[in-house]
Design a protein around this ligand. Structure first.
Ligand code: PMM
Length: 290
């Protein structure tokens, strides 16, 4: 069954409006890290990051997500000034050259504030305010949309926290409480995007169940972002593969997410996913004329 997908609009700090729900938006990943599991080291140099970002935009990315700290399990937390030293030169290089909105993938208020000043226009917090709650006030003050991604624990302990009686219900409940915390800190509810955090503090089977029951998360009434790209949960279905061998698995997860109501999908490889989301959107449109 094709799930309904509500229309939403997000307001960006520069006055632009992002329309969500009519078609799926593709968020291209620009990891400015030496150690991300799928693409570590490719974009540490700002000139290479700019090339990668321009290629993603040319391929059809609607948004770019720039991050400076790897979220891979077991990664050490990075001091804010080191993270800024990675991402700010990249944001400076992108300013004026990239037309699509850029989000900053950070959980640190200080990094978010400086990234927004350097041209980012969306805050993507993989801790949903748990690590540095002040990040909500930073997004509110800038008038920037805020992505709240579900996780539990810290990177090193994440898998000890992967205990759920009902993963979809618990993730949805925890996201609802993050939405309340964000609005209490001054973020307009209309500016909040929710993300169930595929693979974060969840085992593969729990992640697959959560993705299949995405409508529980949609019931929060906020747009849904989903990030399955090349993640290890895919290997529960396709067998052991390096991240580079998980692209077709990613495409399948993206198509399922679109049919189940996702508004934004975060991927490394934009080119193949332009077709994936176009076909999934067409199926949606024919089955549920708007
Ligand atoms: N996954 C990663 C990093 N940031 N942000 C959101 N909102 N959702 C995700 O699923 C997500 C994220 C880890 O993947 P990467 O290391 O390839 O960027």
């Amino acid at each position: 069954m094709i799930a309904p997908r509500r229309r939403h609009t997000l307001s960006l700090p520069d006055g632009r409006i992002l329309e969500l729900g009519a078609r799926t938006l593709l968020m291209g990943i620009v990891n400015v890290t030496p150690d991300s599991f799928a693409d570590g080291g490719a974009c540490l140099d700002p000139a290479r990051a700019l090339d990668a970002a321009m290629a993603l935009e040319a391929a059809g990315a609607d948004l770019l997500d720039v991050g400076g700290e790897s979220t891979r399990p077991g990664a050490d937390p990075l001091p804010a000034d080191v993270e800024c030293a990675r991402v700010l030169p990249v944001l400076d290089a992108l300013a004026g050259r990239i037309r699509v909105p850029v989000s900053i993938d950070t959980y640190k208020a200080d990094v978010a504030r400086r990234a927004l000043a350097a041209g980012a226009s969306i805050v993507n917090d993989v801790s949903a305010l748990r690590y540095d709650p002040a990040i909500a006030r930073v997004a509110a003050a800038a008038g920037a949309p805020l992505v709240l991604m579900h996780s539990r624990g810290r990177s090193r302990a994440m898998y000890r926290e992967a205990q759920y009686a009902d993963v979809a219900a618990e993730v949805t409940r925890e996201l609802a409480s993050a939405v309340r915390a964000a609005t209490a800190a001054g973020v307009a509810r209309s500016q909040i995007v929710v993300d169930p955090g595929l693979g974060f503090a969840k085992r593969a089977e729990q992640t697959l169940e959560l993705l299949g029951r995405l409508q529980a998360v949609s019931a929060l009434g906020r747009p849904v972002l989903i990030g399955p790209s090349r993640k290890s949960f895919l290997t529960a279905a396709i067998g052991e593969r390096p991240p580079s061998g998980r692209e077709w698995g990613t495409a399948s997860a993206v198509a399922a997410a679109v049919i189940l109501g996702a508004h934004i999908v975060r991927v490394h490889a934009v080119t193949p996913h332009v077709d994936v989301v176009r076909v999934a959107d067409s199926i949606r449109a024919h089955a549920m004329p708007q």
